[in-house]
Structure formats: structure tokens, C-alpha cells
Design a protein around this ligand. Structure first.
Ligand SMILES: *Cc1c(COP(=O)(O)O)cnc(C)c1O
Length: 383
């Protein structure tokens, strides 16, 4: 397989020191106590980056496992769960809830803006009988960003636990799990953390732990059961053999983030994302969203006569470039430029925008100026 430059919103580029860390020899990751201690250290470092002192678990699996484990571990048959939907992943939570016997109540909002807290409050005034609520931090297919700082404390006010999918948000956008009172926050290693695909991340609050402890029925899953980790640090025993290389890679990626400083990492994402959005518009393209846009990905509307799927294929065939379109009803409408983690650097954006510009022109789009030049000029002006 030949290496191909990748500018999709995940998996992202992995820095060399992270790749090398993954290749090192490790202790037995099934039952060596020194490995269990190391796992604990890395999970606490992960917690530091997420802004939490809650227990953080690193599950061997892709990010989706975090979402499924949260729902499997909290849901009991008949539990009502409020599914806040303003995007593909947001709506998707209803399936996890139903699979585990819960009753999802989907509250849908416009996919083109963040979930309005006031509308949620008005709904909760009438009905707040929910065990937990699910929402997505950055709903990647459309790039919409939800205000977890407003929404999660609001749900908590009504005694509702929160499960937040921040797989494509954390590290690129502030998440502050403790300050925002998030009960289970889900992440993955392959987005803005910029470690290889392989670990799913979940932080578990005391309230979420209590809800699991107080279940009347057993958790209807074997591998997606978070309770099997309970007390692992005291027992110095992990329930399953962990992929030690993935833990070491995550450790190195977190060190990269902490060395730059988490605030500086957020600021870098903001500088890059703002310039990409402004450049696309100056060039004559429309963004999918007018507001509430995540700094981790830009969703650009591709004119109907070109089509996002045809543009993607053209870029791949002719320029050896991988960019993403979207999913479901947006697949042919949106082209997504990922700028997460290691991909949120100016040189990478100049490269990808120059090629997108070429591809669009090949297919008959009359851009106003040069997309990469516009990006550089705007970036310089803003900073
Ligand atoms: C990437 C992503 C996940 C992880 O799942 P994939 O299999 O990579 O789709 C979960 N949630 C969101 C919002 C994501 O962007």
C-alpha cells in the first residue's frame, strides 16, 4: 500500500515520536502490575487534557466503542433517554439506546446550528423524566459544534446524566469535563489527539458510577460493560489484555499536547479554522453552517453541478489527495477539510487548499482568486 496524503477529519496524521513510542517493547499488558500502573498514569494524563479528575478508562477499540459502552452500561430496559439530535452522530445515539432496551426520546433540532439551550430548557420544563441524555460535542459530518458549557449543566439541573460524544471535539475544542459536569465523556485516539486508531476513551463521573452500581438488571453486554473495570487500580488488575503499544502511543501524543500547552493547541485550531472558513468564502464557496462551526473541521457546500462525491474522486485520481465528503443525506453536498491535531498546521492547509482549488477549476468552478493564497493572506492578516 502506497502512502497517500490524508486531509480527512480523522484518522489524522501521527507524529513520528508517537509512531516510535508505539513500537517500543512493553511489559506484559495482561497482568503485570507495572503495566497496570502505567495504564493508570496515562489515563490520568488523558483526564488532565480533558479537564477531569474522574476515572478515565482506555478501552481497546475504536471511538464508537466509547459511545456503545456508555449506553450499554447506563441503560436498563424501559429507561427513557433524551437523545439530542442536530446531526448524524447525534441522531445515531438512539440506536445504541434501543439496542440495550432503553426508550430513546429524540429531540431534533436544525442540523445547521448548535442546539439552543433555551429550547431544551423549555422542553425539560414539561418533561424531564430521563435517566440520561446524549449529545455530540462536534458532529463531524456537518461540523456543527454544540455548547456543552450550557447544555450539560442545564441537563444536570434536571437530574439528568449526560453522555457526550467528543470524539471529534476534544483537544481541538475545549471540553472541560468537570467544569461542564459531563458524566460520561467519550473520545477516540485518532482525531485531534493524533495517535493511531485503537483506543476508545471514557471518563466516568461519580454520578454515572452510582447509576451503574444501582442497576437492578445486569449490563447486557460483555465487552462494552464499563463495570468490569471498577476498582482495577486498587486491585492492580485490568479485565482484558490492553494493546500496550496503543497506550504508549497515546502517552506520547498527550505529551506532545501538554508540551505545546492545551490552550495553545486550542488557539492553533482556532487560527487555522478561522482562516480556512474565511478563505473558502472569499473564494466564492459557501460554508454549510452560518454559526456554531467546530474548529476541528470545515464543511464546505459544493455546487450541485459539480457534486462533492465527484470532486472527491477527481482529487483522489488526479492529485492523489484524500479529503472527505459527508454522510447520509449530505454525502454529495459537503466536502470536509479536516484540521484536527497534527493536521491543523499552516503548511498542511496550504497544500490541501491549493489542490482543492485545482480540482474545482478542472470541474468548471470559477473561484475568485487562488484559494491557498487567500488562506495565507487571511491567516497573516488575522495573526
Ligand atoms: C470519528 C467519530 C466517531 C468515531 O467513529 P468512526 O467509526 O470513526 O465514525 C464518533 N463520533 C464522532 C462525532 C466522530 O467524528
Amino acid at each position: 500500500m502506497r502512502y497517500k496524503p490524508n486531509y480527512a477529519p480523522g484518522p489524522t496524521d501521527v507524529r513520528e515520536n508517537v509512531r516510535l513510542a508505539r513500537a517500543k517493547r512493553t511489559n506484559n499488558s495482561d497482568f503485570d502490575k507495572t503495566f497496570v500502573r502505567y495504564y493508570r498514569e496515562v489515563s490520568q494524563k488523558m483526564g488532565q487534557v480533558m479537564g477531569t479528575t474522574n476515572e478515565v478508562l482506555l478501552l481497546v477499540g475504536e471511538g464508537i466503542l466509547a459511545l456503545e459502552a456508555a449506553c450499554a452500561s447506563l441503560t436498563e430496559p424501559g429507561d427513557r433517554v433524551l437523545v439530542l439530535d442536530n446531526g448524524i452522530y447525534g441522531e445515531g445515539f438512539k440506536d445504541f439506546v434501543s439496542i440495550y432496551g432503553g426508550v430513546p426520546v429524540v429531540l431534533s433540532f436544525d442540523h445547521r446550528s448548535g442546539i439552543p439551550a433555551e429550547a431544551v430548557r423549555a422542553y425539560l420544563e414539561k418533561d424531564s423524566d430521563f435517566k440520561y441524555a446524549t449529545l455530540v460535542h462536534c458532529d463531524t459530518p456537518t461540523s456543527v459544534l454544540n455548547n456543552v458549557t450550557e447544555l450539560c449543566p442545564l441537563l444536570k439541573e434536571y437530574g439528568i446524566l449526560t453522555v457526550v460524544d467528543s470524539v471529534a471535539g476534544m483537544v481541538g475544542e475545549p471540553i472541560s469535563v468537570d467544569a461542564n459536569k459531563i458524566d460520561i465523556c467519550c473520545g477516540g485516539t485518532q482525531k485531534a489527539i493524533s495517535a493511531p486508531v485503537g483506543l476508545a476513551i471514557v471518563s466516568v463521573s461519580e454520578d454515572a458510577q452510582k447509576a451503574m452500581d444501582n442497576r437492578k438488571t445486569p449490563i447486557a453486554s460483555f465487552y462494552a460493560n464499563l463495570q468490569v473495570f471498577k476498582g482495577y487500580a486498587e486491585k492492580e488488575y485490568l479485565p482484558y489484555t490492553t494493546s500496550a503499544g496503543d497506550v504508549a502511543a497515546l502517552d506520547a501524543a498527550l505529551d506532545n499536547i501538554l508540551e505545546e500547552g492545551i490552550e495553545a493547541v486550542y488557539a492553533r485550531h482556532d487560527r487555522i479554522a478561522s482562516a480556512v472558513r474565511e478563505a473558502a468564502q472569499a473564494y466564492g464557496l459557501a460554508l454549510f453552517l452560518d454559526s456554531d462551526r467546530s474548529n476541528t473541521v470545515t464543511a464546505i457546500r459544493i455546487p450541485e453541478e459539480i457534486g462533492a462525491l465527484r470532486l472527491q474522486e477527481h482529487l483522489s485520481e488526479n492529485y492523489d489527495l484524500l479529503v472527505a465528503t459527508s454522510l447520509a443525506q449530505y454525502a454529495d453536498v459537503i466536502l470536509r477539510i479536516g484540521h484536527m491535531g497534527e493536521n491543523a498546521f499552516i503548511d498542511k492547509l496550504i497544500y490541501v487548499l491549493a489542490i482543492v482549488d485545482n480540482g474545482l477549476r478542472d470541474l468548471g468552478f470559477a473561484g475568485k482568486g487562488d484559494l491557498a493564497q487567500l488562506f495565507i493572506a487571511i491567516y497573516k492578516e488575522n495573526n
